[in-house]
Write a protein that binds this ligand. Sequence first.
Ligand code: BGC
Ligand code: CA
Length: 300
Amino acid sequence: MKAEPVLDARCGLGEGPVWDEREARLYFVDIMAGRVHRYTPASGALETMETHEPVGAAALCEDGGLLCALQSGFAVAERFGAGLRLLASYEGAAPDIRMNDGKCDPQGRFWAGTMALDFRPGAGALYRLDPDGRVTRMLEGVTISNGLDWSADGSRMYYIDSPRRMIEVFDFDPGPGTISRRRPFAVIEEGAGIPDGMTLDAEGRVWVALWGGGAVRCYGPDGKLLEVIETPAPQTTSCAFGGPDFGELYITTARDGLTDSQLAQAPLSGGLFRARPGVQGRAANRFRRAAGSRAADPVS
Ligand code: BGC
Ligand code: CA
């Protein structure tokens, strides 16, 4: 199956698609450009919000705001385009470290990981932001913290540290929000690209974007390869289901890391793509920030 172009967004590092089913819109980020975009399929409108620093991921808040994983910490905009206010910094924040992929768990906590700007092995970590603004480091020694998602029953968390070339899975304890028993789920073979962002569909299949692989792959709950969706852009970064019936798989891509001749061959790199793989996704979990966590310092 081939994905169709939706938007020639020209992102350097398009990432982190999230479908907002209340407004029928797709949010995604352009990490190093410090931008959150939102795309409204009904009108074709593309709007952009500047974050003024690298933004690894954005998540919807249950009460309407937008949570951003900024290089300096976790910040909330009360509405799209409004100023960002810092909710929490994180131990380990540094000028050469930035946030990368992030997502909310089924209990409404937000998880996001970091990486070194020079990709230095082991310099990143995975953090959990609780609704009250407390931040806990959940994993250390990560290199490129990337895609993550939870099983429908909430008992497992899937996770990618890209250079490990595999999707891993943890047991997830929903009460305290802890992870244990890390093990491989699916290994990406040499030459296929490296695993980047991911999402689970309603049947527990795992959809993973392959950076350098020009594709999204689908693995069954047992880790068996079931399907490949090709993107006409080699740096495939992430995917999320959306659309009126959650039947559309939105796919983000990047221009970063491509030579001029590769860009000439894949001019839509950095754009947004879409496929209808014949399965359905699930609504994104939202950040359930505590009522008292609203006021904080403006960051932009
Ligand atoms: C990171 C990129 C990295 C890519 C592949 C992305 O999530 O933001 O910097 O090159 O993953 O691992
Ligand atoms: Ca990513």
